[in-house]
Design a protein around this ligand. Structure first.
Ligand code: ADP
Length: 182
């Protein structure tokens, strides 16, 4: 198991080998942490995302409204690009599930953390920073999102990753993660 650290702050300010982005399946950028990463990381990240996207199949991807949105990274998966001007070697983009009250999508959120760690391991990253995936615009309740994040990273057995840092933007999220580590 990697050592788990908690930080309240901006993930784009972290010095780590890999920064995880809570992306959307288009990989073309969005709001929240995604927007912040592309803004501070510069255009090199989007360039690589575009190329990656072109090589992805037209899957059965649907927007939350059910409309097919074409090429994209399926929910729960992760891919790496350059980190551009960020103080990191890679950005690992993962697509979190939109929270649903009628359907349990926890396995997909577990998969985001697991797949990001797997990709980090493949790259040989020793330190990785995670945001609280899906807990912003995607609506996942923060306490449950924190529980899934901490349990999944605790149970993982990466070989190269020595430190997993959760970077929480606000006090409420930090408290939720701290509660899970207690
Ligand atoms: P999602 O669509 O997966 O919910 P969001 O970016 O909307 O992604 O939110 C995920 C989490 O990231 C939220 O807790 C949000 O407060 C947080 N967040 C937003 N900006 C940053 C940032 N610069 N650094 C770290 N966390 C951030």
């Amino acid at each position: 198991m990697a050592a788990i650290e908690l930080v309240q702050g901006d993930i784009t300010r972290q010095s780590v080998d890999a920064i995880v982005n809570a992306a959307n399946s288009s990989l073309l950028g969005g709001g929240g942490v995604d927007g912040a990463i592309h803004r501070r990381g510069g255009p090199a990240i989007l360039d690589e995302c575009r190329k990656l996207r072109a090589s992805l199949p037209h899957s059965r991807l649907r927007s939350s409204g059910g409309t097919p949105i074409g090429k994209g990274l399926p929910t729960g998966q992760a891919v790496a690009t350059t980190a551009g001007e960020l103080d990191a070697r890679w950005v690992i983009h993962t697509v979190g599930p939109v929270y649903s009250q009628s359907e349990d999508r926890s396995d997909l959120l577990v998969s985001c953390y697991r797949e990001s760690l797997r990709v980090a391991d493949e790259l040989g990253a020793r330190t990785i920073a995670f945001p609280a995936i899906s807990t912003g615009v995607y609506g996942w309740p923060i306490d449950d999102g924190a529980r899934i994040a901490v349990e999944t990273v605790r149970r993982a057995t990466p070989t190269s990753v020595e430190e997993a840092r959760f970077v929480l933007f606000d006090e409420r999220s930090y408290a939720a993660f701290a509660g899970q580590l207690r």
